[in-house]
Design a protein around this ligand. Structure first.
Ligand SMILES: [Mg+2]
Length: 221
């Protein structure tokens, strides 16, 4: 399983930690508070504006920069107010990441600051060779092709030897087109099914990241 892979690329939020610890909700409510304040509107108004920005520009940040000329650093500072203590290390995942052979990267639509806060709390600070954040991507997020292109160039990635992990299926389309193995992480598994599923020769559906990574080293059968 993935024996030819020597480059491991992992999304951060809801991939390197499971959803449900409230961190994503904290980020969402901070973004809406930012929008409420900036546009002088209530929570419902902020939701509406956010939906429009995402539909037209891919992310809230990109929309605000394009339509309002907002500085990225100003917007991203909202992350400084998140309570990261909800993140805890998963020893099984830390072991599994440590054991992966080759180079390992975090590819996040968040900021480097966000990764710097989250990774140590997950026990993963020393296990990655690089973090590619939204600023490294010149504010073009996944799933836009330019974002992946910059990542591949920056770290001299050979896509045919890389595996890309993300909790959002839409973020795996370009990696697959580039020739990477793709692993869609998370979501609710149907009862009684395996922890992972081979969807295509180099495409996987994985409900729990750590057991899957351990299975790579000890394939069943
Ligand atoms: Mg994610």
């Amino acid at each position: 399983m993935l024996a030819d892979v020597d480059t491991w690329v992992l999304d951060l939020d809801d991939t390197l930690y499971p959803p449900g610890n409230g961190l994503a909700d904290q980020m969402k409510s901070h973004i809406r508070a930012y929008l409420s304040e900036y546009f002088g509107t209530d929570e419902a108004g902020a939701r509406r504006i956010q939906a429009e920005l995402i539909a037209s520009h891919g992310t809230t940040l990109r929309g605000l920069m394009t339509t309002e000329g907002i500085e990225a650093a100003d917007y991203l500072a909202f992350e400084h107010r998140i309570d990261y203590s909800v993140l805890r290390p998963d020893p099984l995942l830390v072991d599994a990441i440590a054991a992966l052979p080759g180079r390992k990267f975090v590819f996040t639509n968040g900021s480097a600051y966000h990764a710097e806060q989250a990774l140590p709390r997950l026990g993963l600070a020393d296990h990655f060779d690089g973090v590619f954040d939204i600023l490294a991507g010149e504010l073009i997020p996944k799933p836009y092709p330019q974002s992946y292109q910059r990542f591949v160039e920056r770290f001299a990635i050979d896509p045919s030897r890389a595996a890309f992990f993300d909790d959002l299926a839409v973020n795996l389309t370009v990696p697959e087109e580039l020739g990477m193995a793709t692993i869609h992480v998370g979501g609710e598994a149907a009862p009684g099914t395996a922890q992972y599923q081979v969807v295509a020769p180099r495409r996987w559906r994985v409900w729990q990241l750590a057991p899957f990574l351990h299975a790579l080293r000890n394939p069943p059968g």
